[in-house]
Write a protein that binds this ligand. Sequence first.
Ligand code: GLY
Length: 563
Amino acid sequence: MKYLAHQTKALTLSLLFLFITTTLLSQTYGKNGMVVSSNKLSSNVGVSVLKKGGNAIDAAVATAFSLAVTLPSAGNIGGGGFIVFMDADGEATTIDFREKAPLAATEDMYLHENGDVVYSRRRTELTAVGVPGTVAGLYKAHQKYGKLPWNELVDPAVQQAKNGFEFNWSLNRAAENFSDTVYPFMANYFLNDKKVRVKPTEIWKQPALANTLSIIRDQGKDGFYKGKVAKIIANHMKENGGIITEEDLAKYEAIERKPMKGTYKGYDIYSMPPPSSGGVALIEMMNMMELVDFEKVEFNSTEYVHIMAEAMRRAFADRAEHLGDPDFNLDMPLDKLTSKEHAQNRFDNLDMQKASVSDPTKYGQIYDGDNTTHISIMDKDGNAVSLTYTLESSYGSKTGIPELGFIFNNEMGDFNPQKGVTTTTGQIGSAANLIKPEKRMLSSMTPTIVGKDGKPYLVIGSPGGRTIINTVFQTVLNVLEFEMPIDRAIENMKVHHQWLPDVLTYEKDLLSPDTRKALEAMGHKTRSRTRLGVLMGITYDSENKIITGAADTVRPDGGAVGY
Ligand code: GLY
């Protein structure tokens, strides 16, 4: 109720400024549309598309291309991701543009002759690069659901790359880290016109990237997957130990898939199906939360955090055992995993006094990668887009081709590297996510839209590797169960448990020391982290017709822009 009172007050204030964008606390209000992303310049690009009459998909396409310029650590054309789209009438769909294993990939391609995993091969060498999906995914979403011409959506990114933008301190930190010769491509990435490393507040231009984007602007999807760009990529791979060919690029297709659907106390939850594990795990955990009596379990109490951790442990055990690319795993028990009965079974043996133990030999039977970015959008008609895309690690594989100016992902690291080897440190060996040519690697990205009375109500997502599922889960619960305004829901304390390693991670300074000690006494092994998640969220008040957006304050350059 406390949060409800807070929100009502904020909304009353916002009504005074109905036709102008108003920023209050860390929330932004809009009447006609909202774009929330990890870079405010890119959110502005999305809003300018909405103002021109574009819909939420148009704005998502333009924002995503812009982030490839302003946020090269994760915004990309060299990676992949997912879109969840819900129109104003409540119809929901998804676009899967996850990267694929190249045709020449093999199950044991990351194993040394002695059987050990060679980590550099799946992290920083060209063998780590999956066939990129971003351009195909944005193109497919636009072809089917967009309104404005394609070239008008890509052009703002071309101009940003060509004319430059003010170099920010986050980019500067990365540039300083890459100043040695470990990653030669990255060492030469942040240069000014004089070929000297660009400094904060200077204008940073990216002419090679501008040229690649202009080809995509003029030729659509084929500009990336066929012709000159594809040839340059394939030649570079061949000459430098990579395995992606022109055939791999020409064959890449984004896929429209039915969303995972769950419910929570009358709300409808739509999220990403496999090859992401996000939707399945989110719905499984929300189902478990429906079994909790929140009259008795106080928010952020020891009991509450214990229940959260146990729900996460169980959902992640199921994830590890069952999930992978649906085109290669036709018998995944998705209906069972997202059923209310399964949640009840999982919760039946929860001991409220004691932590369970994660056992790598038993998966869920007992209790029968981190740089990505998220965009949330709502347009004036109430259509909503939740888009998460990634290069896997920050700046992906840290490789690229100077002539093309973009960074390649290292998404192949999301496959299980060693058949049958599941370790207490978190390496998974289940069959569902082993490497096969043209297979999509399992993801944790959880772009989500919650519907209320058949219309988009909450749009949310986050980067953070496996932590994504849990930070989205807790934010959704904060809004739906505790009625928090979106900024509070995003900023409140988050915890993370992923089955293995058997560790409960909490946000430093946000969990009370007494609660931590009580959890440790129950058997939880704890570890602190400065922050979990970089959430970008929107809620819609259909009664007052007000859109509220908030960008996680952990990303100083991020921004919710409404109008
Ligand atoms: N690379 C992060 C993910 O897909 O989960």
